[in-house]
Write a new protein. Structure first.
Length: 317
């Protein structure tokens, strides 16, 4: 195994340990996991097959500050049959938790190395952006303070196209994500789509993942089936606002960056093990020393969102 893949395996194992701890003792997990890259990261049920294909390179961006993306205001990959079902543009004033509630959709406020505090999330009324701020101030029993917000109480959807325009940080130990999630209350089943994760300082690499269970698992265990991969960004994630999207159909999950398809998972796992539950949306920044030494980060750093939207297709409604 190459040194690069060995490093990815190590990071994946570290994340699984944290997931197991969170599910077993805190009541929830983290936003996905970086794939080991060699196809051996998790067991899968007999008769399943994986076909995840990276397809395109990043679009060009201008020299504005921040540079504009080539995707404009985004939208579904096809023109016909879509209905807008959710929109959050952060233009209604200060964050009050009514649409985006603090946390991941369960009653706990700490994960990995950080605790989530209301003071760490706000709407900048000048830029009309949601801002998650991560600091090196201790919170609870954790060394760092950050935030995650979720739509569980106001919006959940099965299938569709989900999209956000955001600028994540790229700092040692940072793990920002835009994701969709459902988890059984007894923790025996889990469904998760990580639209993007940026691991540490790897600002030109975005990880896109699907996690699920095809059968019940023990409480606190990581999901049994993981699919996904990476795409390369021409413009670093922390230097511009990219438009990140995912199309979830009954047979596939396809990931988009700035309007271009980057990765598609077409797998019996998607059809047989992923449907059946609506997912809610999450925006978060974790602190995790599997992605660099958090003590070396430049605090505070921010994860900014201009908007989040969702559409449903008439064929799946």
């Amino acid at each position: 195994m190459s040194d690069e893949n060995a490093g990815r395996v190590s990071r994946a194992v570290r994340r699984r340990d944290v997931l197991a701890m969170a599910g077993g003792t805190l009541g929830t997990g983290l936003a996905g996991c970086v794939s080991a890259g060699d196809g051996t990261e998790e067991s899968e049920p007999a008769g399943t097959a994986s076909d995840a294909t990276e397809t395109a390179s990043a679009t060009e961006s201008s020299t504005d500050d921040p540079p504009a993306t080539g995707a404009g205001e985004g939208g579904p990959p096809t023109d016909a049959g879509w209905e807008l079902t959710f929109e959050s543009t952060f233009s209604d004033g200060a964050w009050d938790g009514s649409t985006w509630a603090l946390g991941a959709g369960y009653e706990y406020t700490c994960a990995a190395m950080e605790c989530w505090e209301e003071d760490a999330v706000r709407v900048d009324e000048n830029t009309e952006r949601l801002v998650i701020e991560t600091t090196d101030e201790p919170s609870g029993d954790a060394e760092y303070t950050s935030a995650a917000v979720a739509t569980r109480d106001v919006f959940q959807q099965e299938f569709g196209y989900f999209e956000a325009k955001s600028r994540p940080p790229a700092q040692p130990g940072a793990l920002p994500a835009f994701w969709a999630w459902w988890n059984a209350d007894d923790w025996t089943y889990r469904r998760e789509i990580d639209v993007y994760e940026i691991g540490g300082t790897a600002a030109t690499t975005a990880t896109h993942s699907v996690h699920t269970d095809c059968g019940p698992r023990e409480r606190g265990a990581a999901p049994t089936v993981w699919r996904g991969g990476e795409s390369t960004l021409e413009t670093p994630a922390d230097e511009t606002f990219h438009v990140w999207g995912v199309e979830w159909t009954p047979a596939s999950v396809a990931f988009y960056v700035d309007g271009e398809e980057r990765l598609r998972v077409e797998d019996t796992v998607v059809a047989e093990c992923f449907a059946g539950e609506p997912l809610w949306l999450l925006l978060s920044t974790h602190v995790n020393d599997g992605f660099g030494d958090p003590a070396q980060a430049d605090y505070p750093y921010t994860h900014e969102f201009e908007w989040v939207r969702a559409w449903q297709h008439e064929n799946w409604a």
